[in-house]
Design a protein around this ligand. Structure first.
Ligand code: 8YV
Length: 320
């Protein structure tokens, strides 16, 4: 029986994932879920063959250059991989894998929660009830933005964007999208393609941001682009916080140009721009897009499938 491959797991994982990891690998777990600095991650990587990492881990080009030679794979427990300098890893012959698909539904559910929570003032209503400030029904109490029949603009019509579209069709929304390239008709499913973000924004009564964080998408929703939105639009972001220019969105939320925002992700999270917390017209969640047990298990199994395939010498299902 050959020795098990040695894996550094940078974060605490759900019990089923840690059980399989411990069964099949010599795993260095993180039961206290300490957040690694670059130095502690490098130290913990010594003597390891691979790293099961997660969003936010410090895997810049500088850190990757200093990883021990023995590290041959970085399997991230996330679909997003902006925390990993993938080209630097490839240059060192280190394989990088992610977890696409398994979190589409959970994340799209949270996008709809953000959409409805923002439009129908979910957090404000919850606060009112908890504070004992609900004095009774009246016909103009807590009027929100109507959803049915409105136009939903999806920026980033990948797997998660399309899962959002499927759900929004159930709310009789008209689906519009912008993507790097137009989708094939079967994937488009009657959604209306826009060849520029500005054209999409002009019809977005609701805007859902579903694109990855890349140098070209960062600060996508800036003041110029917000100006293209219809007055009173609702903005939803379940992708990455750095796609939004916080100053611009907060200004628009204060003026009413944007009626409400449902946000699950923030630039610099968990240290979000505190002005969001002071606004009544925001519905704020702590980056829980993929946070269902089934999904978090599936993400872990996806990482383990990638590790298993790699160490068996085969191609990894989700190599970047
Ligand atoms: C993760 C995510 O929970 O997969 C992603 O890209 O944003 C979330 O599902 C997070 O990145 C932790 O790895």
């Amino acid at each position: 029986m050959p020795d098990k491959h040695r894996i550094l797991c940078t974060r605490r994982m759900p019990p089923n994932v840690e059980a399989r990891l411990g069964r099949d690998y010599d795993a260095n777990l993180n039961p206290d879920d300490r957040i690694h600095s670059a130095d502690s991650l490098l130290a913990a990587s010594e003597g390891r063959d691979g790293i099961l990492c997660a969003g936010g881990d410090p895997l810049s080009a500088e850190v990757i250059e200093r990883l021990p030679d023995r590290i041959r794979i970085l399997a991230t427990y996330s679909v997003g991989y902006e925390h990993i300098a993938v080209e630097a890893a490839k240059a060192r012959g280190i394989v990088v894998t992610n977890t696409p698909d398994v979190l589409n539904d959970a994340t799209a559910d949270i996008a709809m929660l953000c959409l409805l929570g923002a439009a129908r003032r979910g957090a404000e209503g919850d606060r009112m009830v908890r504070a004992g400030e609900w004095v009774g029904w009246h016909s103009t109490m807590m009027l929100g933005v109507h959803v049915t029949g409105k136009r939903l603009g999806i920026f980033g019509m990948g797997r998660i964007g399309r899962a959002v579209a499927r759900r929004a069709r159930g709310f009789d929304m008209e689906i519009h999208y912008h993507n790097r390239s137009r989708l094939a008709p079967a994937l488009e499913d009657d959604a209306i393609w826009h060849d520029t973000p500005e054209s999409l924004l002009a019809v977005s009564d609701f805007l859902s941001i579903n694109a990855p964080s890349t140098p070209t998408t960062r600060r996508f929703l800036n003041a110029d682009r917000i100006a293209h939105l219809p007055d009173g639009a609702v903005v939803v972001n379940t992708a990455r916080g750095d796609l939004v220019d916080d100053d611009a969105l907060i200004t628009a939320l204060r003026s009413g140009k944007v009626a409400a925002a449902g946000l699950d992700v923030f630039a610099g999270e968990p240290n979000l721009d505190l002005r969001y917390r002071a606004l009544e017209n925001t519905f704020l969640l702590p980056h829980i897009g993929s946070a269902s047990l089934e999904t978090r298990d599936a993400m872990g199994y996806c990482c383990l499938d990638n590790l298993d395939a790699f160490f068996a010498g085969g191609p990894c299902p989700n190599a970047l």
